[in-house]
Design a protein around this ligand. Structure first.
Ligand code: 2IT
Length: 445
């Protein structure tokens, strides 16, 4: 495989899609050696086929706001790869959404879903619609208009969306409601649904909980445990909430959360009712964390800054892509960070990852750490297919098992001769091998 050749070809075809090209480059570098040991991959042009989405659906979403004004947004669904199962992945509503971001997310999702061991392909969708400051009625109308454009491409064995940034239980409910009305069938087809209409217990918590189970595995591998560790969390959405809740339950102290406006440092730890307050802050729809420091005077708000300047043992980026850059990584390393586990997708820039790995800080990528979210979506699909709802205990037990299995795959494929575990390499190789073999087995299609 000639990585530079493949990348320059992609750059020429998709100029300016920087997040997509970044995600592809990371995987290519990690899998180059194993790829070259398999001439059958080269012969079937597996890599060339894998880096392009199977299909992209783009559409105009037109809706009417509360003032009676007509609004237009762009909607997308990137059906990246269905070699191992139906397309599966979240929907993101955020002003920053563009095709490059959704292609990177769909590409990553393909490998992440392979790591879960469940039969799910990879996809991602979304819109540049910003829920910030929108009324409940506007959000509902937008969700309905979005699904009117997309529903024909979805189905329980075709493509199963879920939430992501800007899309939580409320938005999934509105989208699923409209989808169900159009197809007149209760087949699931969305995950992250309400508990009363086919949702899985533990799905709201699963991304954050799964991430902490993964971190427990990372620590156990070092004969260490999470108790008493200081943790920096970024973001304050569903993922940050689940991670903070589980970290606290396991005896760690979470000292930061953040928003687009800056970050909160709470030396006493974000526990108890403060974790519930995160949900309240999110529900206001304002997308700011500053009010936390007014409500809890022991905390400090640092406007316009990121939490990575605090001294912590564990860093958990839980906000968005490229939120930890090379300088942030250097600060974390200088302050003695032991573990960096990405809970956001591609939370670290390549410079940040290099800084961690060259300083022998254990770093694990989002596609391994945050896979518990989509894994529990897979469990929701199973429950829908058998028309049952499992207990929280059963879902949580399976989530534990899946995260530990992902950790084992990373160790198997990522352990270097000196014993250092390169989780990025391990996750990419394990995910890639599964998708590549599935593609190979299904011929040239
Ligand atoms: O990035 C992700 O894995 C998600 N947003 C969840 C996807 C899903 O289908 O549950």
């Amino acid at each position: 495989m000639d990585i530079n050749n493949i990348l320059s070809g992609l750059e020429a075809k998709h100029p300016g899609e920087k997040e997509y090209l970044q995600a592809v480059k990371e995987v290519l570098i990690c899998v180059e050696d194993v790829y070259n040991q398999h001439p059958e991959f080269e012969k079937a042009k597996i890599i060339e086929r894998m880096v392009e989405p199977d299909r992209i659906v783009t559409f105009r979403v037109t809706w009417v706001d509360d003032k009676g004004e007509v609004q237009n947004n762009i909607g997308y669904r990137v059906q990246f790869n269905n070699a191992i199962g139906p397309y599966k992945g979240g929907i993101r509503f955020h002003a920053s959404v563009n095709l490059s971001i959704l292609k990177f997310l769909g590409f990553e999702q393909t490998f992440k879903n392979a790591l879960t061991t469940l039969p799910m392909g990879g996809a991602k969708g979304g819109s540049d619609f910003s829920p910030r400051g929108k009324s409940e009625a506007e959000i509902m109308r937008f969700c309905q208009a979005f699904i009117l454009c997309l529903w024909k491409n979805l189905g329980p064995d075709r493509d199963v969306p879920a939430g992501d940034i800007g899309v939580g239980g409320r938005e999934v409910g509105y989208m699923y409601g409209m989808y169900k009305k159009l197809v007149n069938e209760c087949t699931g087809t969305f995950t992250g649904k309400g508990m009363e209409f086919g949702g899985s217990r533990i799905r709201p918590e699963a991304t954050g909980f799964g991430a902490l189970y993964f971190v427990q595995n990372m620590l156990a591998k070092r004969n260490d445990s999470i108790e008493g560790k200081r943790v920096a969390v970024s973001g304050f959405g569903n993922v940050a909430w689940g991670a903070t809740l589980k970290a606290t339950q396991l005896g760690a102290k979470v000292v930061t959360i953040s928003g687009p406006d800056g970050y909160i440092y709470d030396p006493e730890g974000i526990s108890g009712e403060k974790i519930d307050y995160m949900l309240y802050l999110r529900a206001t729809g304002e997308d700011i964390v500053a009010p936390y420091a007014e409500k809890y005077p022991e905390a400090t708000f640092f406007p316009g800054r990121k939490p990575w300047e605090q001294k912590v043992d564990i860093a958990l980026p839980c906000a968005t892509q490229n939120e930890v850059n090379g300088d942030d990584a250097k600060m974390l390393v200088d302050n003695g960070v032991e573990i960096v586990a990405e809970v956001s997708n591609m939370g670290c820039t390549p410079e940040a990852i290099d800084t961690f790995i060259s300083n022998r800080v254990v770093y694990a990528p989002g596609k391994a750490v945050n896979a518990g979210g989509v894994a529990t979506s897979g469990l929701e699909m199973s429950q829908n297919a058998e028309h049952l709802q499992w207990s929280a205990q059963e879902v949580d037990d399976r989530l534990h098992e899946i995260m530990s299995n992902i950790h084992t795959q990373c160790v198997e494929h990522g352990t270097e001769p000196d014993g250092f575990i390169n989780y990025m390499k391990g996750a990419n190789i394990a995910g890639f091998m599964k998708v590549a073999n599935a593609m190979l087995g299904q011929g040239i299609i």
